[in-house]
Design a protein. Structure first.
Length: 232
């Protein structure tokens, strides 16, 4: 499975960077109690930190709001998923455990201030493209609503669109039956290559510590980005 960046992304998002991690032989279930406790404690600490802050004070959120504007998406109407998470935490609406993969995905999003999406590899048909949506690009989201992807950066396969930094599709959702997965990490354009690589490898390490298996890291982007392809 290959991941490519379409020309529209290169034109509209200077210095765009996307991390992709391919996992194999993983086991997903309920999050271990230690992980649940760590995620809960992190949310409580973040809630305190956000008391005197607004969303404009969170660098990662502001970078992704800016990207939405650059592609023609109104970030006040379609908020980046990381902003939606931060708003919940600020209100004290802490995230309840779902499964180990989703719980970790949300934790990484809060920790690194960026959107992430994780998908069942067996539900993805062919290669993955990162593109900008056209008027007819839609899917049923995990929120049960039809998601319109017009002017939004998102991922698609040979079948249709399946993921975005707004909300993901039901079609490729992770379940406890998933044994192979693809993690899309919507990196901040301001990050340098070394910082990106260190983050991706930290995500891979923690994810496989919880789920077992192996992972392969790839990074694609525009500008002077050097291609990274590493197996761990």
């Amino acid at each position: 499975m290959r991941v490519t960046l379409e020309s529209t992304v290169k034109e509209l998002i200077p210095n765009a960077k996307f991390g992709i991690i391919f996992y194999e032989d993983i086991t997903i279930g309920s999050s271990p109690q230690m992980l649940k406790g760590r995620i809960r404690l992190f949310q409580e600490s973040l809630n305190i930190d956000l008391v005197d802050k607004e969303m404009k004070d969170i660098p990662g959120i502001m970078e992704w709001r800016s990207i939405f504007k650059q592609t023609g998406t109104d970030p006040s109407r379609y908020r980046p998923s990381v902003e939606a998470l931060y708003r919940r935490i600020k209100k004290g609406q802490f995230l309840e455990p779902f499964n180990s993969a989703v719980d970790l995905n949300n934790f990484f999003s809060l920790k690194y201030e960026i959107p992430l999406g994780i998908y069942d590899s067996t539900k993805i048909n062919g290669d993955i493209s990162i593109t900008i949506g056209e008027e007819d690009n839609t899917y049923e989201g995990l929120n049960g609503r039809e998601v319109t992807l017009h002017n939004m950066v998102h991922t698609k396969d040979a079948t249709s669109s399946f993921g975005s930094p707004f909300v993901d599709s039901k079609r490729t959702a992770i379940t406890e039956a998933t044994t192979s997965a693809v993690h899309i990490i919507y990196l901040k354009p301001s990050m340098d290559n070394t910082e990106c690589q260190e983050m991706l490898e930290a995500i891979l390490k923690m994810f496989t510590q919880v789920h077992g298996g192996t992972g392969r890291v790839v990074m694609v982007g525009t500008g002077s980005l050097s291609h990274i392809n590493r197996t761990m």
